[in-house]
Design a protein around this ligand. Structure first.
Ligand code: MN
Length: 498
């Protein structure tokens, strides 16, 4: 997933000159060791860059402004080694505009019982200094992540790694450009929204093009290029003819190959990272983009069906945040379709007309050509598969008229009990937390959509922190959700975010 930037995080240690040069030397040495070890750990997805200890107003202000100006700096990790009077931080923090982490750690893990004296305490007092610093960040109302624990503890490093991905989401959100080649589906409410407000809040640029402008790119694709790509499809995927004539089948697949190549060229030339389509607005395209969109999503493009630009941008955002996750299981556009309500086996079957990203697939992926029940085009080729098992999140961004709300549901993905041989789409099946009845009730009360951005590789905490950084409401539906408390939370939030 290319973002075009080589992101790094700055590590800034707070102190003051009250303790003398000897102490400051040790402060610098300790923070250098921490940075070195963090980088060596293999846990962090991005490099940490050591910065000289911050001890004065001027230096703090200068450093934060340099962080603002450095395109590759995705955030600042601050650590108060000693007591750093927090008034010194006000001007720097006020001018700082990037993600901020308060790493509340200390150099030594254990109290050195036998040797501890006042000098040691003065030198190693992050419990003291971290509170002074935390106070001013809270008083100034600045969003930041507080991570507590010893820096060498892998769990603590994993929290830092997780926050780094949130920070990348915050930074990259304002580089997302969504290409709309169709308006939102007529009469549909939940996929609508205020695009100007979305640009103000999230930095998204959301532009419309006549569908035939992109269809022209598809028509211009060379037959030779299509043949090469179809060969790739045929070598990579199972060809599930299901009684169709092999040559007729291949012609349908070729149409999708042309769409994949043409769409990608259009999006690259015009610098878009997400796209929406609509089965009812296809211009001169011969098929609803199915296989083509699935492949583009796998390459990192965001997608939303029926003109759903909010979900398209969220899918792109989540793909960026999850990029490079070790043993990644996938991120996709998804749609709640149908329930299994059998007691003990409750769940929601997820799919879309065609456009589910194969990154979530478990095992073999096949190509089928089947009619669409909607629209008036050729039978589109599509990738079919079932999805992986395990925990994941589904997120829905809705526009409530005066503000955005992000709804994040922890879900448990499972295998359906039996194969579904007549269902020609990629699917997932999950039980929302805390259970189907409570999860679905809460989702509906929150106004969540049927379209979601779904990922196995991100956490609700990461998405909620991103939403907080964007200044919008985030609600969690998880193991701890009860309807009574959730309704109150929605009521209270409606006051806070009015
Ligand atoms: Mn849909």
């Amino acid at each position: 997933m290319k973002t075009g930037r080589n992101y790094k995080f700055w590590f800034c240690t707070g102190s003051q000159d009250l303790y003398g040069d000897e102490c400051l030397k040790k402060v610098a040495e300790h923070s250098r060791i921490i940075v070195e070890e963090l980088n060596k750990s293999g846990v962090l997805p991005f490099e940490v860059v050591w910065k000289p200890t911050l001890i004065t107003n001027e230096l703090i202000r200068k450093t934060f402004n340099e962080a603002n100006a450095d395109e590759d700096c995705a955030g600042v990790i601050t650590w108060m080694h000693t007591f750093s009077p927090a008034k010194s931080w006000i001007l720097g923090l006020k001018e700082y505009r990037k993600p901020l982490c308060h790493f509340h750690t200390q150099f030594n893990e254990e109290i050195p019982y036998d040797t501890i004296d006042m000098d040691f305490m003065n030198e190693n007092q992050s419990a003291h200094g971290g509170r002074e610093y935390g106070h001013i960040v809270t008083r100034m109302g600045i969003e930041r992540k507080v991570i507590v624990g010893h820096w060498a503890d892998q769990k603590v490093q994993e929290r830092l790694a997780s926050w780094m991905r949130t920070a990348i989401g915050i930074m990259e959100s304002s580089h997302i450009r969504v290409c709309r080649i169709a308006d939102n589906m007529r009469n549909v409410a939940v996929t609508e929204g205020d695009k100007v407000e979305a640009q103000i809040k999230f930095g998204w640029e959301i532009d419309a093009y006549p569908v035939n402008e992109i269809a022209q790119y598809v028509q211009d694709v060379q037959k030779g290029d299509i043949d090469v790509l179809v060969e790739e499809y045929y070598s990579k995927y199972d060809i599930l003819l299901e009684d169709r004539d092999p040559e007729e089948f291949r012609r349908h697949v070729e149409v999708q190959a042309g769409i994949e190549i043409g769409f990608q060229k259009f999006l690259e030339e015009k610098n878009y990272q997400a796209i929406v389509t609509h089965f009812g607005d296809l211009g001169s395209l011969k098929q609803l983009p199915g296989l083509a969109i699935q492949r583009l999503m796998e390459k990192g493009y965001g997608f939303g069906g029926e003109g759903d630009w909010k979900t398209a941008a969220m899918v792109r955002l989540m793909k960026i945040m999850a990029a490079g996750v070790k043993d990644a299981k996938g991120t996709s556009f998804m749609e709640d379709y149908t329930y299994n309500l059998v007691p003990g086996k409750e769940g929601i079957l997820q799919a879309h007309m065609l456009e589910v990203c194969p990154s979530v697939a478990d095992g073999k992926i096949g190509i089928k050509v089947c009619p669409l029940s909607m629209g008036d085009r050729e039978d589109p080729a599509r990738l079919v598969f079932t999805s992986k098992t395990g925990s994941a999140i589904a997120a829905s961004l809705v526009d409530l008229g005066n503000r955005f709300r992000l709804i994040i549901n922890d879900v448990e993905c499972k295998k359906v009990e039996k194969p579904m041989p007549k269902l020609p789409v990629g699917t997932a099946f999950w039980t929302p937390k805390p259970d189907l009845a409570t999860g679905a009730e809460a989702w509906i009360l929150a106004g969540g959509a049927h379209h979601t951005a779904f990922s196995y590789d991100l956490t609700a905490e990461q998405m909620g922190d991103w939403a907080n950084a964007m200044g919008i409401e985030a609600v969690y539906i998880d193991q701890d959700t009860t309807i009574r408390n959730f309704k109150n939370e929605l009521r209270w939030n409606s006051m806070f975010y009015r």
